[in-house]
Write a new protein. Structure first.
Length: 139
């Protein structure tokens, strides 16, 4: 596991093994970091849930390489990104995220992320897929 704070409490990143054993570690690391930012105290549970969903998807799509969880605070926004090496898959655009089958045992995570975060983007650079969820401060 690689961990860094980039010299500032406004940024964090952590690389984790692509196993379900690291889901809690990802959620707790981001939660601890985000809790240092008073503007986002009311959003901590949402932020942690989104990290859990995105990390779970990164692990499921993994090619065996570590995934990265990173965060950045800029003004009134907190952004959390989960990146992974996924040469064969890219999630659909967030506008298409919705439960395909509400009775299916899986497949609702991305629609949960879309419903909780204020904005979501998906980028692909070569074989790296990055999903970023943005949370705006709420009073």
């Amino acid at each position: 596991m690689k961990s860094a704070t980039n010299g500032s409490r406004h940024e964090m990143e952590r690389q984790l093994a692509p196993t379900t054993d690291t889901l809690n570690e990802a959620r707790l690391a981001v939660g601890k970091w985000a809790s240092k930012h008073p503007l986002f105290q009311t959003r901590l549970a949402d932020i942690e849930l989104v990290v859990s969903e995105l990390a779970s998807n990164a692990i499921a799509a993994s090619d065996g390489e570590p995934y990265e969880v990173s965060g950045r605070v800029h003004g009134q926004e907190l952004r959390v990104s989960v990146s992974n090496s996924a040469p064969l898959s890219t999630p659909p655009p967030p506008s298409k995220w919705g439960p395909e089958d509400v009775l299916a045992p899986s497949g609702r995570g991305l629609s949960i992320v879309r419903g909780i975060a204020d904005h979501v983007t998906v980028t692909r650079d070569g074989g790296i897929v990055c999903v970023t969820a943005t949370f705006r401060a709420r009073s």
